[in-house]
Design a protein around this ligand. Structure first.
Ligand code: SF4
Ligand code: SF4
Length: 461
């Protein structure tokens, strides 16, 4: 058995090795994903983050009598038949949280420059909420807050809205203030991209230190222009946004295209993927992925339906496979550490600053559930605790899902129960692809190391 990815040292120390017991029957841990490769069989444990390769011979033993492979037991790939895998994963995470170093300052900020937008998407979850821009006065207070609360640490900002570029003056103001205060920062953005013209891209790269941007495109030209329903007349918004994406890619800013899928646009998204490939195939800064819209999410109807959903998921996989072949899509499930936070809601080093200066922990709670205000350093401890509250796994199949160690169930999250019966299989499929890529990288590095030590050897001779 060869280790391809080590378990992170702290995790390995925390968990220790599992002792072999002659009196029990062993089975594969729920969180282990397996996939064959030319050299044998890869096994990845999503809880310990360890990946190993079994040779062809070991694979045969594994298929007939896995418990003969003692290393698989000591490294938690195999566990006793009656083992509670989810309980161990929960305990493991709780201990990891307890020994985690306390965070220094608030270093990650989502700033809503405005709740107004230049598009009128029918599915927007912000529909019906008040449309208000951040004023210059509030932007100055937000900058003061960041300067005070980051405690001299580098800061990450995510610009959010509404449409953040619809009030880009406050982005300039906050960035200039951080520069003047010698605060190191970088930023990302979620935008529709319409206002990201060539001059704005320069500003974004040079002043905002924008490293990546997520842009949603829900269809090809006709569908996109209809769905977005921009307030501007006589402009081909689709072509304009694609032009803007070109400017971003040329500037070396990473663009992540999100394609929302529902029953109305499924076929069109395949055409969109093709168009994106034809236009941006050369760029290494572009990623594209599909997101299935849920019935309860986004004032929308129709997808959370047991008959329609499997059809849509099948379509989604076909498109994602193509994107993957073109090098435009890859998952990023493997992280060399144990996930102890779900998102900004349960992370003490992040906050959301709203256009009116109120602070919350989740961008979905704009008109309520505030934890503080940029005017003050006081936080409402009860509200902070509310955002951290965890619930039971929402669905009965969670306990049989290999993704479980990556899921943290926050009861305040509007997406708490948004999963579907096909998800465990989708995760396994995507993880298998990712494992193959991780293994390819391992082989590449191994080859590079071998050839550099060979040339070192030749030089010495
Ligand atoms: S929420 Fe979905 S992905 Fe997470 S453990 Fe449950 S079934 Fe798996
Ligand atoms: S929507 Fe859910 S995942 Fe997103 S920030 Fe809010 S609580 Fe976190």
């Amino acid at each position: 058995m060869r280790t391809i990815l080590e378990s992170p040292k702290a995790l390995a120390k925390l968990l220790g090795k599992q002792n072999y017991r002659a009196d029990v029957t062993y089975r594969l841990m729920t969180f282990v994903v397996q996939t064959p490769v030319d050299d044998g069989l890869l096994l990845f444990n999503n809880m310990t983050k360890q990946m190993v390769l079994l040779t062809k011979e070991e694979q045969q033993v594994f298929e007939q009598q896995p418990s003969d492979l003692a290393d698989l037991i000591s490294n938690w790939f195999l566990v006793p038949l009656d083992h509670d895998d989810c309980k161990l994963s929960d305990q493991f995470r709780n201990v990891a949280r307890m020994i985690e170093q306390p965070k220094q300052g608030i270093t990650s900020y989502t700033i809503m420059t405005t709740s107004d937008c230049n598009a009128r998407c029918f599915y927007c979850y912000e529909l019906g909420q008040s449309r208000r821009p951040m004023t210059e006065e509030t932007a100055n207070k937000a900058a003061d807050f960041i300067i005070r609360r980051c405690e001299g640490n580098p800061v990450s900002i995510s610009w959010f809205g509404g449409e953040p570029l619809y009030n880009k003056e406050v982005i300039d103001l906050i960035c200039n203030r951080l520069c003047d205060a010698n605060i190191e920062y970088k930023s990302s953005m979620i935008s529709n991209g319409f206002l990201m013209d060539a001059d704005t891209v320069k500003q974004a790269r040079d002043l905002w230190k924008l490293e990546n941007i997520q842009i949603t495109i829900d269809g090809t030209e006709k569908i996109y222009n209809r769905v977005k329903a921009y307030i501007y007349k006589g402009v081909n918004a689709y072509q304009r946004v694609l032009d803007n994406i070109s400017h971003l890619l040329e500037a070396g800013i990473f663009v992540n295209i999100r394609m929302n899928m529902d029953t109305h646009n499924a076929d069109d998204l395949e055409r969109l993927a093709q168009e994106l490939h034809e236009r941006f195939a050369e760029s290494k800064y572009l990623n594209a992925y599909l997101h299935l819209l849920f019935k309860d999410e986004l004032h929308h109807k129709g997808v959370d339906d047991d008959l329609k959903r499997p059809v849509l998921l099948k379509k989604m996989k076909q498109i994602q496979d193509k994107l993957q072949d073109w090098g435009m899509f890859r998952t990023n499930y493997y992280q060399p550490f144990l996930r102890t936070n779900n998102c900004m809601s349960d992370n003490d080093s992040t906050v959301v600053i709203q256009p009116d200066g109120y602070i919350t922990k989740c961008e979905h709670y704009t008109d309520s559930q505030h934890v503080g205000h940029v005017d003050s350093d006081e936080f409402d401890a009860k509200m902070i605790a509310y955002f951290k509250e965890q619930g039971e796994p929402p669905l009965e199949y969670c306990r049989h899902c290999a993704k479980y160690p990556l899921c943290i169930f926050l009861t305040s999250c509007p997406h708490y129960k948004e999963c579907y019966p096909e998800m465990p299989a989708i995760f396994v499929d995507e993880m298998q692809q990712e494992m193959k890529l991780l293994y390819d990288n391992y082989l590449k590095k191994e080859k590079e190391t071998a050839s550099s030590s060979e040339s070192e050897g030749r030089r010495e001779v």
